[in-house]
Design a protein around this ligand. Sequence first.
Ligand SMILES: *Cc1c(COP(=O)(O)O)cnc(C)c1O
Length: 375
Amino acid sequence: MLLFTPGPTPVPESVRLAMAKPTLHHRTPEFESIFAKARTKLFELMATDEVVVLASSGTGAMESAVTNLCHKKLLNINSGKFGQRFGLIAKAHGIKQCEIIHDWDTPVSVDEVMGVLDSDNEIDAVAIQISESAGGLRHPVEDIAKAIKAKYPEIIVIADGITAVGVERIDTTNIDALIAGSQKALMLPPGLAIIGLSTQAVDKIGEGNGYYFNLASEIKKQRQNTTAYTAPTTLIIGLVAVFEAIEAKGGIAKLYCDTARRSKATRFALEAIGLHSYPKTPARSMTTIDDVDANEIRNLLKSDFGVNVAGGQDHLKGKIFRINHMGLIEAYEMNWVVNAIELILAKLGRRPYDGTASRIWNETYFVSMLSKVAE
Ligand SMILES: *Cc1c(COP(=O)(O)O)cnc(C)c1O
């Protein structure tokens, strides 16, 4: 079965094998040197002034970012389940909160965010998804962060990059907290979350807040290549192996480039056979299609073609399907998926099969290479 869900994503074999080695104790020089290596690589990936890892799923990092960095009132952008979650976290901790709500296919604009900030001077942190996985939507986070910092430099910008870090290069110039999670673009099993922090964020954290998710205690320990509590040793070992796997396949810049091409080729191929891309501004992490036959297509992909794609949640249940682009994915696997979808549309009597999806996919994906050869 090909796993094409936007999290969890497939774990490369070299990474699985690295994690199968005998367990290490976490308070040893051996583990500390592995941790130091992971930390160096994370600084490169996140491009932030500080980095901490947490033994939790991505939501733990969202929660710790809010509780440590929002001292007065949070503005969260709710264009889907994950954006909504930031607001629920604030409420659960008794933190004041307001939100901008949109349909799950609609990104927030710079003007909307600035409008709310202009009218409410209590807000000291803004939380937003870079890629909102509920509908495969890309928010203009970099532009929003830039506008916020230009006018209200003291406001902290929290960016959930769980389906964006490792997918594309993120400009962190105006971002104070950038969140990543192991089971999405980092190709690891679930259980590790990462937060990249600006110096401004580290200063604001001060003594930190909470106990397990107190970022001040983690920053202090992790600067010494250890963790405040038992480190998720296996996942850290796996993370180092992930960076090696990316290097072996040509490096992170190539991964970003291949992901962009794969994402575009998939959307073009599916649009060419009459399907509709759901989000108004698609994220590169996944292709999201809204369709009356979404459930049927998902079921047939699984039963007839051995492909597992994700459906929708809440009101989008049965109405969309989401195809993952995160990680090191082979072109032939992706091509198999779009071709399978075209065969399914023929089976459902929607259009005769003529190989359009596969052809458009190949033309789009390889076109830059073809033109290079021709030059
Ligand atoms: C998956 C995901 C999360 C975190 O989910 P966990 O299940 O806690 O790992 C947060 N934000 C986005 C955008 C996600 O895709």
